[in-house]
Design a protein around this ligand. Sequence first.
Ligand SMILES: NC(=O)c1ccc[n+]([C@@H]2O[C@H](COP(=O)([O-])OP(=O)(O)OC[C@H]3O[C@@H](n4cnc5c(N)ncnc54)[C@H](O)[C@@H]3O)[C@@H](O)[C@H]2O)c1
Length: 331
Amino acid sequence: MKVLVTGGAGYIGSTVCSALEDKGHTPVIIDSLITGKEKYVSGRIFYKSDISEKNILKKIFDEHPDISTTIHCAGLIIVPESTSNPYKYYEENLIKSIHLFKNLLNLNKNKLIFSSTASLYKSSNGSMVTEESELAPQSPYAKTKLAIEMVLEDFANAYGLESIALRYFNPIGADPKMRSGPYFENPTHVVGKLIESTNSKNNVFRITGTDWNTRDGTGIRDYIHVWDLAQAHIAAVEYFDKIVNSNTPYNVINLGTGEGTTVLELITAFEEINGLEIIKEKSDARHGDVAGSYTNRDKALKLLKWEPRMSIEQGLADSLKWFNKNNTDYS
Ligand SMILES: NC(=O)c1ccc[n+]([C@@H]2O[C@H](COP(=O)([O-])OP(=O)(O)OC[C@H]3O[C@@H](n4cnc5c(N)ncnc54)[C@H](O)[C@@H]3O)[C@@H](O)[C@H]2O)c1
């Protein structure tokens, strides 16, 4: 199958493209490269454009009428930036997504898979959540994701834009064949910060939030290997018509391992893999932080027939391998 991947030059989109290719599918990428990397689209069908460009979208479908589904990964993702500049996030994530959906409908392309996030959940006490759990997005970033989900549900019911929102928990790792991986410049994610703390002069890892109601007081997350995440997208493409159809035109699926890991447990795993001790410093939780959650994955198993296969240790090891391959300079 041919699949349009928005944001295919990014961390997750590029890994999804590799997984699609490995399963014999053909990704077609649209990405503005606002944060993505040109080398991640090397050798792939690529349109350098904003997702909201109507004429480019038409050109893509004129040139590839056999595209079956769109996987919508494009977006801005830095939570603190969204707090300081919410306009940018509502415009780039929400408004541009609405334009994309309308333009897809005008081209009679009505199958869409959306990159959503577990940060929609209220999850105040580090507990397990299901797709039915209460939502309470804290940051403007997460609010844009919920708003997009609401638009998708309404567009599904009113206009027949069939869609699946995949709520990712915490992706880690890199493509096992090292075709692409996370960015390490000014990392905001915990694994990037761990690697930074072992490779820079200011080599202290700050644990933000140590008073949560979790087993050791640090935040709990459900770290999912990005390659497992990518496999779930392949299943969503292949089982699309069983998951959404005219009776259920919109559906939501959580993607995580089903196991919670605290920040301290993640640090210990990282120290074991790396063979060195991290210098840690405790500090207050940041504005908008939550204790976190992990997911029940019954719905993913039922609808996608998907189960994660890779361990946290593998995710950390692949992140490190990718970092060493790319020689990021933290000096
Ligand atoms: N990485 C995570 O921890 C995480 C967790 C949950 C959900 N998500 C979601 O997954 C998706 C992908 O995340 P990622 O980590 O790969 O981010 P990323 O920054 O690596 O990739 C996003 C890509 O989208 C492109 N892009 C952004 N706005 C665009 C626009 N208007 N037009 C065209 N291209 C545009 C960027 O150039 C980039 O290549 C995002 O929607 C994000 O919200 C990510």
